[in-house]
Design a protein around this ligand. Structure first.
Ligand code: 8YV
Length: 331
């Protein structure tokens, strides 16, 4: 039996122990045990000295990094730990014949849980209430204090009815919400029937009629500021917005201003335009829920993601197309 090629891989962030151990068994692996995000110089050095780079959402794999990989002539695979690939310059990777893989599917349910949690927390003012109790400001029960919005019977508008959008819709139905969605392509009839979902070809028309809006589309050139100032102004003043996808899909400064003025009732954020920086206006508002990009943050999810990365690397090294190959044309 011929020996399998043992590639050199560089992992840019600390991964769950079980994944790092397996990587060490299978590959010549350089880990990042102190978990400090790599700066540009470190990334350029890493990509020039490995066969496979394993980055995460916190690494900007731009044209310069791809060029460094090409010049050194070694790195042929970028096996990203995560589903979103907006941190990778896919065009440069395609041009330079560098394969890119991601980890779709295994973080769907965890991310939908966080989107639903944001809807509940924003509508029922959970984090605001927590702050009140914690800071000794609670004066006791009152019939008219801390009133929120009942979710049952309300309309949820989902922007991006992919895996996560559909998983969120299933959860929201359990809370009595009706499902509306906008997507590049209309969903298959089976899914629409299962979710009793209403398709809106016009995003503008949908936005103006929803009680809750959830962003679940990927960040691509076409979705950058999809919720622009003009579109945010279409929201009903009683509406709430949640985003567990990517901050760049929403014009964050305009949203912050509108929340401050009460032109939109509330918002739940898991992601931000300039992570980890958060618009300072948001920090002062009580009608927002601010989470630190928790979407896929379960131990089980992160282990499943790591296993996908390993499978992608092994398949590629064996000379086959890896299962989660990302095609630039999809984005
Ligand atoms: C991941 C995410 O944890 O997979 C994604 O697209 O947004 C996150 O939930 C992160 O990207 C890991 O790189």
């Amino acid at each position: 039996m011929t020996e399998r090629h043992r590639p050199t891989i560089v992992v840019t962030r600390k991964l769950p122990d079980v994944i790092e151990t397996r990587m060490m068994e299978l590959f010549d692996t350089r880990l990042n045990l102190d978990d400090q995000p790599m700066d540009k110089a470190a990334l350029l050095e890493a990509v020039a000295s490995c066969d496979v780079l394993v980055p995460t959402v916190t690494d900007r794999i731009d044209g310069e990094v791809i060029a460094a990989a090409t010049q050194a002539g070694r790195c042929k695979l970028i096996a990203s730990f995560g589903t979103g690939v907006d941190h990778i310059d896919l065009r440069s990777a395609t041009e330079k014949a560098i394969t890119v893989t991601n980890t779709p599917g295994v973080l769907t349910e965890d991310t939908a849980d966080v989107a639903m949690a944001l809807i509940l927390a924003t509508a029922r003012r959970l984090t605001e209430g927590d702050r009140q109790v914690r800071h000794g400001k609670w004066q006791g029960w009152s019939p008219t204090s801390m009133l929120g919005i009942r979710l049952g019977g309300k309309r949820l508008g989902i922007i991006g009815m992919g895996r996560i959008g559909s998983a969120l819709a299933r959860r929201a139905r359990g809370f009595g919400m009706s499902i509306h969605y906008h997507n590049r392509r209309r969903a298959p009839v089976d899914l629409e029937t299962e979710l009793e979902a209403t398709y809106w070809d016009s995003l503008d028309q949908m936005l103006a009629r929803m009680d809750v809006i959830s962003v679940n589309c990927p960040r691509t050139p076409a979705t950058f500021h999809l919720l622009s100032a003009r579109r945010l102004k279409l929201f009903r003043p009683t509406a709430i917005l949640v985003n567990a996808s990517r901050g760049e899909v929403v014009d964050e400064p305009t949203l912050a201003r509108m929340l401050q003025r009460g032109e939109i009732a509330g918002a739940g954020f898991d992601v931000y335009e300039n992570e980890p920086a958060v618009n300072p206006k948001l920090l002062k508002l009580d009608n927002v829920v601010l989470l630190p990009h928790l979407g896929s943050a379960t131990l089980e999810g992160r282990i499943d993601m790591g296993q996908k990365v390993i499978l992608n690397i092994r398949t590629f090294v064996d000379g086959y197309p890896p299962p989660d190959m990302v095609l630039e044309t999809e984005f």
